[in-house]
Design a protein around this ligand. Structure first.
Ligand SMILES: *[C@@H]1O[C@H](CO)[C@@H](O)[C@H](O)[C@H]1NC(C)=O
Ligand SMILES: *[C@@H]1O[C@H](CO)[C@@H](O)[C@H](O)[C@H]1NC(C)=O
Ligand SMILES: *[C@@H]1O[C@H](CO)[C@@H](O)[C@H](O)[C@H]1NC(C)=O
Ligand SMILES: *[C@@H]1O[C@H](CO)[C@@H](O)[C@H](O)[C@H]1NC(C)=O
Length: 389
């Protein structure tokens, strides 16, 4: 048995006290990440549409995954990020059991985990089983009412999974979070299940608990697989409530991640060739969500929201302003870059990088290719018109 020395106890007591004194509002952050002590910047790498486990039974299926791992390793070693975001379609799991899906998921995470880099993930339409619930289960909020099999003894607590037959979302996420402390992902609020990857992460300055975060990152589950391809009314309300609690006066800049582009992306797509849009490929039509329940107008109304980042379309990698002709609207809509050898399309693989600078604040992005080339740099300034490309 070991005794904690008095000084140690004092330190523990004081740090506990310091934490309490700095808790500002009712909502403690889900997770806090920090700038490194020696760095004025915080860098995020987005890996989109890796599709691990696709055609695992063929010769080339596993070779694709090796290739995708190589892409990730190359980008991680070149960029040395502080956080990786897995932007959905991490695996192709529409027809495999949960245990197998988790194995592929772990493989996709592995290059990041091996380097000790934290990550956060959202679900895409391929991470989950196909839709298997009757559509009339869905209420106006977009969340199906809880149902249990007749033989289930209890619906509360221990038996929570009984409500979610037909989806792997919850099990996949629980497995990811359980397997590593580096995972910043969360199961999301229960009242939104089976829409699971809904949570936020705050980026704070290097150890200064009393200073407000430099940036808030929000992650939303845009459905697909066992769930309609939408961001539901209930999710919009969760976002509104959360943002109000953690950033009441919109003083902290915010960025948002989900997998399937919203209809707003379709509307801005034709202006891709015009400045200030920035990108290198525009090879297909935007494959948008099925419906819009208000997330875009909410984001547009929050001056702190700088940009939305999505994947899903492998042949698109641009950023465009949400409202190019409205100079008071500063919201940007961005695609990531197809990072996986799995999934359709043979466009060269790469990853979108996001860099946050503190004091003074700035937000930049670029695309880093597998062959180390860098292109499509963009600075998200406070005014669309000042944007340089
Ligand atoms: C793996 O990557 C190499 C190099 O880009 C490519 O030539 C090969 O076709 C890829 N194989 C598969 C199965 O994707
Ligand atoms: C799932 O994994 C098990 C054990 O590794 C394997 O035997 C089985 O073939 C896999 N099933 C599918 C559908 O991939
Ligand atoms: C915004 O709110 C934060 C904390 O809630 C506070 O510290 C800050 O001074 C406020 N800023 C403005 C401009 O009101
Ligand atoms: C311009 O953008 C601002 C901020 O998003 C919004 O409040 C305003 O309604 C927009 N104006 C027009 C004409 O759409």
């Amino acid at each position: 048995m070991t005794q904690t020395p008095f000084i140690g106890k004092l330190a523990i007591f004081l740090s506990f006290f310091t934490c309490i004194s700095c808790l500002t509002s009712a909502t403690a952050p889900d997770t806090v990440l920090r700038f490194r002590s020696d760095s004025p910047t915080f860098k995020i790498v987005l890996f989109a549409d890796l599709h691990f486990g696709e055609d695992a039974w063929t010769d080339w299926g596993p070779l694709q995954d090796d290739n995708s791992s190589r892409v990730m390793s190359t980008v991680l070693d070149l960029e040395n990020p502080d956080l990786v975001v897995y932007l959905g379609d991490v695996i192709t799991a529409n027809n495999i059991p949960t245990a197998n899906a988790s194995l592929y998921w772990d493989q996709a995470i592995s290059p990041t985990k091996a380097r000790g880099i934290p990550w956060a993930s959202v679900f895409g339409n391929h991470d989950d089983a196909p839709f298997s619930w009757p559509i009339d289960w869905f209420s106006a909020t977009g969340i199906p009412p809880h149902r249990c099999r007749d033989d289930a003894t209890s619906c509360s607590g221990l038996k929570e999974e009984c409500e979610f037959r037909g989806t792997q979302r919850l099990d996949l996420m629980k497995n990811e979070v359980k397997n590593s402390k580096l995972s910043q992902s969360r199961n999301g609020p229960k009242h939104l299940w089976p829409s699971v990857s809904n949570y936020f992460v705050q980026i704070s300055p290097f150890f200064d608990d009393c200073q407000s975060p430099v940036m808030n990152l929000y992650f939303l589950d845009s459905g697909g697989g066992s769930y309609p391809e939408v961001i539901s009314t209930a999710q919009v309300e969760w976002f509104r409530h959360t943002a109000q609690q953690i950033n009441p006066n919109s003083s902290i800049p915010e960025i948002v991640f989900w997998h399937i582009p919203s209809g707003a992306y379709e509307e801005v797509a034709p202006s891709f060739t015009e400045k200030p849009c920035v990108g290198s490929i525009n090879m297909e039509k935007v494959a948008a969500q099925q419906a819009e329940f208000g997330i875009m107008s909410l984001l547009q109304q929050r001056p702190s929201v700088k940009a939305v980042f999505v994947g899903h379309n492998h042949g698109l990698d641009w950023c465009c302003p949400h409202s190019p002709h409205n100079t008071t609207n500063k919201l940007w809509l961005c695609f990531a870059r197809h990072s996986g050898y799995g999934g359709y399309g043979n466009w060269a693989r790469g990853a979108r990088i996001i860099q946050i600078t503190h004091q003074p604040f700035s937000l930049k992005s670029w695309i880093r290719m597998e062959d180390a080339q860098l292109h499509s740099p963009i600075t998200f300034t406070s005014s669309i018109l000042e944007t340089q490309s």
